[in-house]
Design a protein around this ligand. Structure first.
Ligand SMILES: Cc1cc2nc3c(=O)[nH]c(=O)nc-3n(C[C@H](O)[C@H](O)[C@H](O)COP(=O)(O)OP(=O)(O)OC[C@H]3O[C@@H](n4cnc5c(N)ncnc54)[C@H](O)[C@@H]3O)c2cc1C
Length: 240
């Protein structure tokens, strides 16, 4: 629930204490002015981290915002997320202000849906800046388990080199508001002429309109692999 009256958020925190962790910002790294890595120190033992593990910050008394964990330290003393500071909005402002040495903050640890299937050889993950953390959370498993994989990423011009900076490989970078806004252009992607990927599992994230268009074309092409879709944001909509 991204927006709710303060009393509801207060009550939920009281009802579900096992889903809350008190954390401190231990370290931040700006990869550029609008992409930030945040390291949160706390006790994350007893949690089962799988790719796509979601956490939620209470960015104001009435607003919650979701972010994805990409790294868990082996003894579960800290986690890391990559966040997109997209503009002037409660989540982006809150995230931008997080700095080491601040007060302890409450973090809701929400868990993950099953997005990764070790048994499926080919995997494609689609998204944008908001999906970089998710992609990085998949990467070690994709490599260790010998998958064939591709990342399709829509990015603003100033973020084009971020995938390389964070160590993502097998990436195809697309301009924002371009191909994935137009189903005809999606149909022209090499993916649809190369039957080799027609049984891949596909995880669609990021902008809702882009992923809906992509999914429609995949369905039209009778894509044989599993399609998991989770919108991360939608123009004009607060939180998701
Ligand atoms: C399961 C899940 C996992 C997520 N993981 C991550 C993550 O790891 N890293 C991350 O950065 N984000 C992630 N997001 C997306 C993030 O929660 C949203 O971008 C959120 O809307 C940001 O809140 P806000 O208060 O800044 O903007 P809002 O108040 O929600 O929105 C204000 C305006 O900004 C627009 N907007 C929101 N996000 C963006 C954006 N990224 N680019 C351009 N315009 C935008 C909205 O459409 C709206 O018009 C995730 C979302 C979900 C649902």
């Amino acid at each position: 629930m991204p927006t709710a009256p303060k009393w509801i958020n207060d009550t939920l925190e009281k009802l579900a204490p096992s889903m809350l962790r008190m954390v401190r910002v231990e370290h931040v790294t700006y990869l550029n002015p609008n992409i930030k890595i945040i390291r949160l120190k706390g006790n994350f033992s007893a949690l089962h981290f799988t790719p796509g593990f979601t956490v939620s910050f209470r960015v104001s008394p009435t607003e919650m915002r979701h972010y994805t964990v990409f790294y868990v330290e082996p003894s579960a003393r800290f986690i890391e997320c990559i966040v997109h500071i997209h503009g002037n909005a409660p989540g982006a402002n809150y995230i931008n202000e997080l700095q080491p040495g601040g007060e302890k903050i409450k973090l809701a640890v929400l868990g993950s849906d099953k997005q990764y299937d070790a048994k499926v050889k080919k995997q494609i993950i689609f998204g944008d800046e908001t999906s970089l953390s998710l992609m990085l959370s998949f990467l070690p498993l994709l490599r260790q388990n010998g998958h064939d994989y591709q990342f399709f990423i829509e990015l603003d011009e100033q973020n084009r080199n971020i995938p390389e900076q964070i160590g993502l490989d097998n990436c195809t970078v697309f301009s924002k508001n371009n191909i994935f806004r137009d189903q005809d252009q999606i149909r022209q992607l090499p993916l649809f002429n190369d039957g080799g990927w027609s049984d891949a599992n596909i995880v669609l994230t990021g902008n809702v309109r882009s992923l809906q268009n992509f999914r429609k074309v995949l369905k039209e092409n009778s894509h044989r692999g599993k399609i998991y879709a989770k919108g991360y944001w939608l123009e004009g909509k607060k939180g998701l």
